[in-house]
Design a protein around this ligand. Structure first.
Ligand SMILES: *Cc1c(COP(=O)(O)O)cnc(C)c1O
Length: 485
């Protein structure tokens, strides 16, 4: 394994800028002022506002050092299951920072924004094509926001039909945002359990589906990384009782180019551009969660929608059945630009390859590690695989210990303790952008750790041992967060 990664010799301690301030020190030299001095009100004078006084190198080093405390997908493998932390090609950033795009302002009107509108219109069409759906809104700001938009659409649909329903079926493997979005729309979440193979059965859904249930929210592939193979049958029985099928498309990275959700019974679906379509994420945004719908649900989409009228791109506000606005203007335009750039640079074949390699890489890890970690669902997986700590329990080693030890070995840990249906889950999503060499290093790191669990468990209990900050008291951090640095 590469002996360089995981070393920490030149990572610095860094005080706050105020603590580094030296009175009189300045970052720039500007010519002396020949304009008459005006007295500002006392509150606005420098004496009353505490600015740190620093040179340019002080500031540059401060932020560069802070950035070195961080870890991102540009630093190394980030196999966080359910999050699709793929490498984001830099060409997308180049396109999004072009002056004519970064400087565009929505208030300059349609006539002066034809390029921006075309980009969003084309993206709407491409996302509808990729998912096999009819129409798209690019407004929602993230996956969970897309879920809320989608659930409001389902709510409006039932209202229009003349009778509101009160419940929604959600599998036990669902992402926590699913029941949260349903609750925000006033629906009660009814849990349906997956079977011993980790998937939903039509029988289990049939037992719960009734005419007071608005529909079902399904993630496919699900959060165990398994394809819901009965999806069509489940969708048919939900439709037969007048319900709708919400698809959580956060895992589209596994099926792009192979499965069109619109062809397997999904009525409304959100995508995470910041997962599948290579927009940087993990630092708190901005993201984008477009929603795609069937023809029947198009009238309920949020306003405005961008449409094409002959050769002109227009903004349509007049949609009487719309659920209303989900965001100011059109959502996070710069994220839309990056996704558009990504889709065009990959092309249709390229997007298909993404799914192929994402699935191949996850299965390679699953097969390579199943001897050393317990694999609760030993089936071919899609883009991620879920292990747990059952084999290490005899040495009193938990998933948390192994995750922390991975930091010493230079890897961001996978997702831990999710999905909830797997006790002590250790959920790995390599994505298509990691090379075989890096994946092999990760596999070797996990094997090293499982060996240490037997021979030297103390090193795992205290891990991480060589990072800047060692094991944190997470309970204390959650109960008494220190938000002031
Ligand atoms: C990430 C994710 C979400 C939520 O998306 P955000 O963009 O984080 O709001 C919903 N469902 C699944 C399955 C996810 O992986």
């Amino acid at each position: 394994m590469n002996s360089q990664i995981g070393t920490s010799g030149l990572i610095f301690n860094e005080p706050q800028l105020w603590d580094k301030s030296i009175p009189g020190r300045c970052g720039i030299s500007i010519p002396s002022n020949d304009v008459a001095k005006i007295e500002l009100s006392k509150e606005l004078t420098r004496e009353n506002v505490e600015f740190p006084e620093l040179s340019e190198p002080d500031v540059v080093r401060h932020y560069t050092r802070l950035s070195q405390w961080n870890f991102g997908v540009d630093s190394g493998m980030y196999p966080l299951g359910s999050c699709t932390m793929k490498y984001n090609p830099k060409t997308n950033e180049v396109q999004a920072s072009k002056q004519e795009i970064a400087g565009a302002h929505p208030l300059i009107g349609d006539d002066n924004s034809q390029g921006a509108l075309k980009l969003m219109y084309d993206l709407q069409v491409m996302l509808a094509e990729i998912t096999g759906m009819h129409a798209t809104t690019v407004q929602p700001a993230a996956g969970a926001h897309g879920e809320l938009a989608g659930m409001l659409i389902i709510h409006k649909y039932h209202e229009k039909k003349g009778r509101q329903r009160s419940k929604i079926i959600i599998p036990d493997t669902a992402h926590g945002t699913n029941p949260a979005s349903a609750t925000l729309c006033g629906y009660e979440s009814i849990k349906v359990s997956s079977d011993e193979n980790g998937v939903l059965t039509p029988e289990a859904v049939a037992e719960l589906m009734d005419e007071d249930t608005a529909g079902i929210m399904i993630t496919n592939p699900n959060t165990l990384g398994l394809f819901e193979k009965h999806i069509k049958e489940i969708a048919d029985l939900v439709h037969a009782k007048g319900g709708l099928v919400y698809g959580d498309g956060a895992n589209m990275n596994a099926i792009m180019g192979y499965v069109k959700p619109g062809e397997i019974g999904i009525d409304v679906l959100h995508l995470n551009l910041h997962k599948t379509f290579a927009t940087p994420h993990g630092g708190g945004g901005p993201g984008s969660g477009p929603v795609v719908v069937t023809k029947e649900l198009e009238p309920f989409l949020p306003v405005p929608i961008i449409a094409k009228n002959n050769d002109k791109y227009v903004i349509i506000e007049d949609m009487p059945d719309s659920i209303g606005r989900m965001h100011t203007f059109y959502g996070h335009f710069n994220v839309l630009v990056k996704a558009y750039s990504y889709i065009l640079s990959m092309g249709a074949e390229g997007l298909k390859n993404v799914s192929e390699y994402a699935v191949l890489n996850a299965n390679y890890i699953k097969e390579s590690l199943k001897g050393v970690l317990n694999l609760p669902y030993d089936r071919p997986c899609m883009h991620e695989c879920v292990f747990n700590d059952k084999k290490q329990a005899q040495f009193h080693i938990t998933t948390m210990d192994m995750a922390k030890r991975l930091l010493d070995l230079g890897f961001h840990p996978p997702t831990v303790y999710f999905p909830l249906v797997v006790e002590g889950a250790f959920m790995v999503e390599p994505t298509e952008t990691e090379s075989k060499q890096t994946i092999d290093e990760f596999i070797n790191a996990v094997k090293t750790i499982t060996q240490e669990a037997k021979e030297n468990p103390e090193i795992l209990h205290s891990a991480p041992n060589i990072t800047k900050v060692t094991r944190l008291d997470e309970v204390q951090a959650a109960r008494k967060p220190c938000l002031r640095g």
